[in-house]
Design a protein around this ligand. Structure first.
Ligand SMILES: [Zn+2]
Length: 207
């Protein structure tokens, strides 16, 4: 699952610049420019893509619900729980977490016999390509942020690797490790920066 900071970026409305539009055609999609002209080949909304989005945004445990709902319409949460042999509270909890990203939606109907309300759920398959694209952009934004921080700060690290901190922070401790008292050394973060740059390149090339 994505870390808290990536999630924060993802959830902000204006956080990421969406560069491509998406057009859904049946169970497939294409990226288009602003005029609606296709700029990519047609891609399928396949199991792999669905799994990726669910795993990153909600967690692996929600995947069975999605594959159960796929191709069905308005399924009661009691049926979902029963069919997947899951506790009703757990089922609801996962459904609400999926709802947060509009991966699912529901209709609330009153049960005429029992007199209470039951939620009937649908999987919004057409949301998957949008979420996947936004996820990619949020990850890039997060990695660029980290690279920025690595590039603009010197880091100090304890020999015993108990602590790692910025130059300013380590000055407050007189360059002594607050955990063990050892003198901290400047850390060469070339490898970290290279790693982050590689990750960004990989995600940016992910068409
Ligand atoms: Zn230490």
């Amino acid at each position: 699952m994505i870390d808290a900071e990536t999630r924060r970026i993802f959830m902000m409305d204006e956080s990421v610049q969406i560069e491509r539009n998406i057009r859904i055609v049946d169970k497939s999609f294409v990226f288009t420019d602003e005029q609606g002209k296709a700029v990519s080949k047609k891609m399928k909304i396949d199991e792999k893509l669905i799994e990726h989005v669910i795993k990153e945004l909600v967690g692996e445990e929600a995947i069975p619900i999605i594959f159960y709902l796929r191709g069905k319409k308005q399924i009661s949460e009691f049926i979902i729980a029963e069919e997947l042999d899951m506790e009703i509270h757990m089922t609801r909890n996962l459904l609400y977490r999926l709802l947060e990203f509009n991966i699912v939606s529901f209709l609330r109907k009153k049960d005429r016999i029992k007199g209470w309300y039951i939620c009937y759920w649908d999987f919004n398959e057409h949301m998957v390509p949008y979420l996947s694209e936004k996820l990619r952009l949020a990850k890039i934004a997060r990695l660029k942020d980290r690279l920025e921080k690595e590039s603009s700060n010197m880091h100090y690290i304890c020999k015993g690797a108990c602590t790692r901190m910025t130059f300013e922070k380590s000055m407050e401790f007189n360059f002594k490790c607050p955990e063990c008292g050892e003198i901290m050394q400047e850390q060469d973060n070339t490898r970290t920066k290279e790693f982050l740059a590689e990750q960004i390149k990989m995600l940016e090339g992910n068409e």
